[in-house]
Design a protein around this ligand. Sequence first.
Ligand SMILES: NC(=O)c1ccc[n+]([C@@H]2O[C@H](COP(=O)([O-])OP(=O)(O)OC[C@H]3O[C@@H](n4cnc5c(N)ncnc54)[C@H](O)[C@@H]3O)[C@@H](O)[C@H]2O)c1
Length: 253
Amino acid sequence: MAKKKVLITGSSGLIGGIVHRGLADKYDISGVDIRPADGITTRIADMRDLDAIQPAFEGVDAVVDLAAIVQQDSTWDDVYTNNLPATYNTFEAARRAGVKRVVFASSNHAAGMWEFDPPYKHIVVGEYEGLDSKTLRRVTVDMPVRPDGPYGIGKTFGEATGRHYSDQYGISVLCMRIGTVNPEGRPTTVRQFATILTHPDLVHLVDRCISAPDSVRFGIVYGISNNTWRFWDIEGARKLIGYEPQDDGEQWR
Ligand SMILES: NC(=O)c1ccc[n+]([C@@H]2O[C@H](COP(=O)([O-])OP(=O)(O)OC[C@H]3O[C@@H](n4cnc5c(N)ncnc54)[C@H](O)[C@@H]3O)[C@@H](O)[C@H]2O)c1
């Protein structure tokens, strides 16, 4: 059987590189980015320019949308002038090209204000006393969004845009609220014992999102490893797309 064709936007970044290396044997992968990267066929174009990016979307089975200015302290100007139009254009170009599945890189920051409430605010600073990781009530995707800044606001925009394109145009959309992906692939701060998504688990998550059955029409999932002290729910992802992360931040404690 021919390999599925997958387009990655923002393919020259950290996550694009990890996903490309992990899935290049399984899928026929191409990219769009404003800068080139080794080893991946990339259309050099700005996601804000719909005409320039449209050809990259033609004939593609699934899009993994990563293009964004990523710093959590991104200014509203970054989000307004780059991330919102880049995200919108992904869905619009996918619709015009008849793409069946879009996987949107959302972020934990779409609901980041939860972690300023107890017990999460204790976990992020490593104060576990009196808490039981087995009975912890975790933040789920059914709880209201609580963006913690312009970057998170931009991600809620992306989730809402995805919902619209799913409802209105029938595109199957999966939004990954990614925790922490870093070059090291392991926790480097106390918070990251809860939030890390290791490279193998990231590759598995993206693979599950690309290959989920057509019956999955829309979903939001948290993207973190099977961390003992995770405070975001991953049961929803297990049920919806068969996500089975193998790593736990505690391996590096
Ligand atoms: N790394 C994390 O921990 C993390 C956590 C949550 C969500 N995410 C999301 O995952 C995605 C990828 O993150 P990353 O860590 O690989 O970031 P990154 O900065 O390494 O990669 C982003 C890529 O997007 C490209 N890009 C940005 N604006 C563009 C535009 N207008 N047109 C074309 N290309 C553009 C950049 O050139 C870059 O190569 C982002 O959407 C980010 O918000 C990442």
